[in-house]
Write a protein that binds this ligand. Structure first.
Ligand SMILES: [Zn+2]
Ligand SMILES: [Zn+2]
Ligand SMILES: [Zn+2]
Ligand SMILES: [Zn+2]
Length: 802
């Protein structure tokens, strides 16, 4: 998803392999990104562009009124079946495919408002009603819509507005009696009901919607760092020739302290599995929802009621405001390139968007430096213009400054040594050009130059038009080639940076079946982003911080006590609890180009063959652990059992398959069957796996879910406690994984009305989750609700009466 689609990748790699050796050498030994870009770009032929065009033609990104109708009909079916969530998703797809101010779009909005009403999302329902009316909702259907509006307003505690809506409604009845007698009667009855409710509400004080009273307590840095905005004053920036830039604690930091709170400089929503245009009519339109359907393409907020871009069916936003901002900042350029960007992958998209965002900043110095490097290497730029003028970033009289004058001791900082979260910081993230393989560099360069050609064809004007007209001298004829090359080189730099610097924005997604009463959650990747401050943190396989996201904002909290002088570390992915030292080091080497020497790596390197004991096999006779490499022998004192590793590994694979099958039954609601299979897996696992093996934990967790779905809370709790033990061994007692598992256990105790156990578990879960997420977290709020509910249930000690 980050990289271009496989077809384009293999096409470019084949092209590379067919190049004469001499050209391959020229490209792989290019000393600058500029050379790399120009050499590769020169090799991009019209037939290559045609091939790419055919590939991207497979993505549906335009609007199609037929699709709009089909989605609305499918949505109506779900609505009738009372699957309001499913209906809302399909109406949203219908909205995306209809043009503005059409009956199609107004009907989709109106139907979606009905689904939202049933889901209890009254505020959003009201917005959709307004949208339906704005796009020309048919006059004859108005009464139904106005009634829904009145009901929403009543429920939200806004009786005045509700009364006004009813007056409008009645006058529209009087003016145009367009309804049949029976319809009119039904409507009249509902109207009476709503009127009564309005009366009742008028006697009550106004209620504020819960959303407005939510606070952001605990979400702000206690004291912001003067040198690094977005970081806490408890850290400072260091630089070292070997390690590069990194953050160090300036005082003792307690677990849970917020260290970084930073909005992404740039982020691109991962589209999910966007299906290629299918060939059969039956399956023409995808009805599954991807994350691209449920999250705002700008702020990543989850929404059931997105507003689509008016120009494409692909980009969707949580609100008109987000749509407008996205349009002004980047989507006006990206809109017509949707299919190409899906083909070239998210990295290419992030690279393009970064340069588009750069237009909003005074990045003259940075780009000038880039151009300076280019002209030093004899790249022909028109002599009459300084590079700055070419980019239209000229800064009046300051044009003569040399590169040295903007050099600062720490890359990415300004002259005063301040590390700002701006394009300058992004630009200085390391591209590691020398470490990437020649094939990868060629792929990136060719992809970027294909994108540049499309930009040129789509009208470069939109792309390079300066957004600060006050700084723009009289418009000159743009020098397309040179100008585009500068942008191309900048984009190539970003693409190469991304492999090491891209930060995945993740979210917790509910995965269990709809009926399941306990949350089964999974961390999923939502977007790919660049965070200048987060990028300053080095990796450890056992980090001392925990990162989480709210929309596009990343927060990093200390997950343990950090002593003054210690480095602030986070994990790039290969965590010691998830994989062995060899695998971790291999992953870090190939993606991030360094050999990890964090304490767990050093420790495990000393005795690599021992491996982590928790994933061990055990003897079927005496239950002692088995040890050894190819042939394992029993470590029991009086046992002579030995067995080949191959045999054990294949047994484990069989077991994992069985567990997978059982989980599938569980998801599809075949609970009895799932339990039967899982109990078989459990006894099989016991015969050859250690009690702390992760597969044992998976089996227990699935059993707990199955019993919870059956309402057998006691059994569910027993299995969940076993799974909890495995999680604790693997991730540690205060890990975020432990927090999620404790949360589940709290739900099970809560549902089973085991009050003391529930309160005890809630307290533990809250303590762990608070460290990782701070108080602004859905699970913590849920725990607090459970707690207050339980405390209400407890017998209240009788006090003295007044
Ligand atoms: Zn938004
Ligand atoms: Zn668009
Ligand atoms: Zn390590
Ligand atoms: Zn034995």
């Amino acid at each position: 998803m980050d990289l271009p689609v496989d077809e384009w990748k293999s096409y470019v790699l084949q092209k590379w392999s067919l190049l004469p050796k001499s050209i391959q050498v020229t490209i792989s030994t290019s000393e600058t990104l500029n050379d790399l870009f120009l050499h590769s770009s020169a090799l991009l032929q019209p037939e290559d562009e045609m091939f790419l065009k055919r590939l991207s033609g497979g993505y549906v990104v335009g609007k199609d009124p037929d699709a709009s109708l089909l989605y609305r009909e499918k949505g109506n079916k779900k609505f009738q079946a009372k699957d309001y969530m499913g209906a809302a998703v399909l109406y949203s797809k219908g909205v995306s495919h209809s043009g503005p101010n059409s009956t199609d779009i107004s009907l989709c909005y109106a139907n979606r408002s009905a689904a939202l009403f049933h889901l209890g999302q009254y505020e959003t329902c009201l917005k959709d009603i307004v949208r339906a009316q704005m796009h020309g909702y048919p006059e004859r259907l108005q009464p139904k819509l106005l009634l829904r509006k009145a009901e929403c307003l009543v429920t939200l505690g806004r009786p005045q507005e509700a009364s006004q809506t009813i007056i409008d409604l009645e006058s529209s009845f009087a003016a145009k009696p367009t309804l049949s007698a029976s319809q009119f009667q039904i409507l009249q009855r509902t109207l009476c009901r709503v009127k009564v409710k309005v009366q009742e509400k008028k006697n009550l004080p106004e209620i504020f919607p819960e959303a407005l009273t939510k606070t952001f307590e605990g979400m702000d840095l206690r004291e912001e760092n003067e040198q690094i905005p977005g970081a806490s004053s408890s850290v400072t920036l260091h630089i070292d020739p070997l390690k590069g830039r990194f953050l160090v604690a300036t005082k003792d930091i307690l677990p849970g302290e917020l260290l970084v709170k930073e909005d992404a400089f740039v982020s691109v929503l991962n589209p999910g599995e966007v299906p290629l245009r299918p060939h059969s009519l039956e399956s023409k339109w995808e009805i599954q929802a991807t994350s691209g359907d449920l999250h705002c393409h700008r702020c990543l907020r989850h929404t059931l009621a997105p507003v689509p871009c008016e120009g494409c069916s692909y980009a969707k936003y949580c609100s008109q405001e987000c749509m407008q901002q996205a349009w002004d900042r980047y989507h006006s350029v990206e809109c017509s390139l949707g299919a190409l960007l899906l083909t070239l992958g998210v990295f290419c998209h992030v690279a393009l968007r970064s340069t588009l965002l750069a237009r909003f900043e005074d990045v003259g110095k940075v780009i000038k430096k880039l151009c300076g490097e280019m002209s030093n290497q004899g790249i022909c730029l028109p002599e009459s213009k300084t590079p700055a003028q070419i980019l239209k970033y000229g800064q009046g009289g300051e044009g003569e400054k040399t590169d040295k004058a903007v050099e600062t001791p720490i890359p990415g900082c300004d002259i005063n040594g301040k590390y700002e979260r701006n394009y300058n910081a992004i630009f200085h993230l390391l591209p590691h050009t020398e470490n990437h393989s020649p094939e990868y560099k060629f792929l990136c360069a060719v992809s970027v130059s294909a994108l540049c050609r499309q930009l040129e064809a789509a009208g470069l004007q939109a792309f390079t038009t300066d957004l600060k007209p006050t700084k723009l001298k009289a418009a000159e004829t743009p020098v397309l080639g040179a100008e585009l090359n500068v942008w191309g080189v900048a984009m190539l730099r970003h693409m190469l940076q991304l492999q090491c610097n891209a930060q995945a924005i993740t979210t917790i997604q509910q995965t269990g079946s709809k009926e399941s009463l306990i949350a089964d959650t999974r961390r999923v990747r939502l977007a790919t982003a660049l965070f200048p401050v987060v990028s300053l943190l080095n990796h450890s396989c056992s980090p001392n911080t925990s990162v989480s996201f709210i929309g596009t904002i990343a927060t990093i909290r200390a997950s343990q006590l950090i002593r003054s002088g210690q480095e602030i570390l986070h994990c790039y992915g290969p965590h010691e609890s998830r994989m062995g030292v060899a695998e971790r080091r291999q992953k870090l080497r190939s993606q991030y180009f360094f050999d990890c020497d964090c304490p767990p790596c050093e420790r495990e390197k000393q005795r690599p063959s021992a491996g982590p004991g928790r994933e061990a096999f055990r003897c079927h006779r005496c239950r002692a652990l088995l040890q050894g490499d190819d042939v394992l022998s029993c470590s029991g004192p009086a046992c002579t059992e030995s067995v080949g590793r191959d045999l054990l590994v294949s047994r484990l694979q069989d077991l994992q398959q069985q567990v997978g099958a059982a989980q599938k039954h569980l998801r599809n609601g075949r609970l009895e069957l799932a339990i039967q299979l899982l109990l078989g897996c459990q006894s099989d696992a016991e015969s050859f796996l250690s009690a702390e093996h992760s597969v044992v934990g998976e089996i227990e967790d699935a059993l707990a879910q199955a019993y919870a779905a059956l309402g057998d809370w006691e059994k569910s709790a027993t299995h969940l406690q076993k799974s909890l033990q495995v999680v604790e061994v693997h991730h540690g007692p205060s890990s975020v994984e432990m927090g999620h598992e404790l949360f589940k256990l709290a739900q099970v105790f809560f549902n089973g009305c085991a009050i003391p156990e529930a309160l005890n578990t809630i307290q533990k879960a809250e303590k762990v989750l608070l460290v990782h997420y701070g108080p602004w977290n859905d699970e913590i709020r849920e725990l607090q609700k459970m707690k207050s509910c339980l405390l209400d249930l407890l017998p209240i000690p009788v006090g003295p009466k007044e």
